[in-house]
Write a protein that binds this ligand. Structure first.
Ligand SMILES: NC(=O)c1ccc[n+]([C@@H]2O[C@H](COP(=O)([O-])OP(=O)(O)OC[C@H]3O[C@@H](n4cnc5c(N)ncnc54)[C@H](O)[C@@H]3O)[C@@H](O)[C@H]2O)c1
Length: 263
C-alpha cells in the first residue's frame, strides 16, 4: 500500500465563523485536504457541530467560542490554538453579518454593528494570528470579502463598504508581511445558499417582490444575478481556500468565486 500525501498534511488551520454556512464548508474542505482544523464561532453549539463534522473526516480539531468584535476574545482564541496545537499555519477570517436598508433608513447602530463584525473583526483576527504565524515565519491568511467587495449593491451600502474595506485591508497587509513567508488574500463569494440568504430572516425574504415567496425570490436572484444561473456552494469556496492555503506566490489578491458575475 502506498501512503497518499494530501496538500495540507500536517498544517494547523483555524476557521473563524466556521460554525455554519460557508465557514463550515471551508472547514470540511481544509480537513479533506489533510489539515487539522480548529473551528471558532460566536455560536459555540454551531462551532461544536462543525468541529464534529471535520473530526469525522479524520483530523484533529477543537471548537472555540469567539466574538470577533472584541480584541480580548480574538486573542484568547489564538492563544487556545497555540496551547492545543502549538502553532497556526492557515487562518480563514470568515465571520460576517448582513442587514438591509437604504441610506436614510440605515441607523448608525446598524452601520457600527456590521462594521464591527465584518471589518474590525478581520483586522483583530489578522493582528492576533500574525503574531503566532511570525513565530514560524509561515502563514496563509484568507479573509472573506464578497462580490459586494467589488461592486456596490443598493440596500447594502454598509455591507458593501465593509467588504470593499476587507479587500483594501488585505492588499495593504499582504505587502507588509510579504517578506515573512505569510500570504494574505481575500475570497469573494458570489451567492451561496446559507442562513444569510435563506429563511425568514435571509436576504431572499427581505428582497421578495410583491406576491413572491421566499423560495421564488431565491430562484430569481440566483438565475438573474449570476451569469452561470446557479448559486455557488460552500465547497466551491473551500476549493479556492485550499488553493490559497497551498500557493506560495499568490498574495494580496481578491478572488471571486461567483460564476462570472464580477471582475
Ligand atoms: N452567503 C453568501 O451568499 C455570501 C456571499 C458573499 C459573502 N459572504 C460572506 O461569507 C461569510 C460567511 O457567510 P455565510 O453566508 O456562511 O453566513 P452565515 O450567517 O451562515 O455564517 C456566518 C457565521 O459567522 C458567525 N458570526 C457572526 N457574528 C460573529 C461574531 N461576532 N464573532 C464570531 N462569529 C460570528 C455566525 O455565528 C455564523 O456561524 C460572511 O463573511 C459573509 O459576509 C456570504
Amino acid at each position: 500500500m502506498t501512503d497518499i500525501t494530501l496538500p495540507l498534511d500536517g498544517k494547523i488551520a483555524l476557521v473563524v465563523g466556521g460554525g455554519r454556512g460557508i465557514g463550515a464548508g471551508i472547514a470540511r474542505s481544509l480537513a479533506e485536504a489533510g489539515a487539522d482544523v480548529v473551528v471558532a464561532d460566536y455560536d459555540l453549539a454551531l462551532a461544536t457541530e462543525s468541529s464534529a463534522a471535520v473530526e469525522a473526516l479524520g483530523c484533529r480539531t477543537a471548537a472555540i467560542k469567539v466574538d470577533v468584535r472584541h480584541a480580548e476574545s480574538v486573542q484568547a482564541m489564538v492563544d487556545a490554538v497555540e496551547r492545543q496545537f502549538g502553532r497556526l499555519d492557515i487562518a480563514v477570517n470568515n465571520a460576517g453579518i448582513v442587514s438591509v436598508g437604504k441610506v436614510g433608513e440605515l441607523t448608525v447602530d446598524q452601520w457600527d454593528q456590521l462594521m464591527a463584525v465584518n471589518l474590525r473583526g478581520v483586522f483583530l483576527s489578522c493582528t492576533s494570528e500574525l503574531a503566532l504565524m511570525r513565530k514560524n515565519r509561515f502563514g496563509r491568511i484568507i479573509n472573506t470579502s464578497s462580490i459586494a467587495g467589488k461592486i456596490g449593491f443598493p440596500d447594502l451600502s454598509h455591507y458593501t463598504a465593509s467588504k470593499f474595506g476587507v479587500i483594501g485591508f488585505t492588499n495593504a497587509f499582504a505587502k507588509e508581511v510579504a517578506g515573512e513567508g505569510i500570504t494574505v488574500n481575500a475570497l469573494c463569494p458570489g451567492i451561496v445558499e446559507t442562513g444569510m440568504w435563506r429563511g425568514d430572516d435571509g436576504m431572499s425574504a427581505r428582497w421578495a417582490q410583491d406576491g413572491e415567496s421566499e423560495a421564488e425570490s431565491w430562484d430569481r436572484h440566483q438565475s438573474t444575478l449570476l451569469p452561470q444561473g446557479e448559486a455557488q456552494t460552500p465547497e466551491d469556496m473551500g476549493q479556492l481556500v485550499v488553493f490559497l492555503a497551498s500557493a506560495k506566490h499568490v498574495t494580496g489578491q481578491a478572488i471571486a468565486v461567483d460564476g462570472g458575475f464580477s471582475l
